[in-house]
Write a protein of this length. Structure first.
Length: 98
């Protein structure tokens, strides 16, 4: 699902104008992004947790040359689905297309 599709869903379900729906979706994403940039967790009840973790630097290898390289420290974003979301995902039939 794209951001445009989320905006369209908000527009249809809530009945707001396209402009208002866009403002709401953009604002929610901006708040989440700003919170994660401050390295604070985002917990959405019934959905899941977004967590910023720090990974320390480590040794690695260039897969093409085999040369040892230093992989710099960095921050990574992880998402863990809530038990409620996991349960709902496993209860719904999948629309499998082969």
């Amino acid at each position: 699902m794209t951001k445009a599709e989320i905006i369209e869903s908000v527009n249809k379900k809530v009945g707001l104008s396209k402009r208002e729906s866009t403002r709401i979706v953009d604002t929610v994403f901006e708040i989440i992004k700003a919170t994660l940039e401050r390295e604070e967790n985002v917990k959405i009840s019934g959905f899941g947790n977004f967590v910023v973790r720090k990974k320390r630097s480590r040794r690695g290898r260039n897969p093409q040359t085999g040369q040892e390289i230093e992989i710099s420290s960095r921050k990574v974003l992880t998402f863990k689905a809530s038990p409620v979301l996991k349960r709902e995902l496993n209860q719904q039939p999948h629309n499998a297309t082969a």
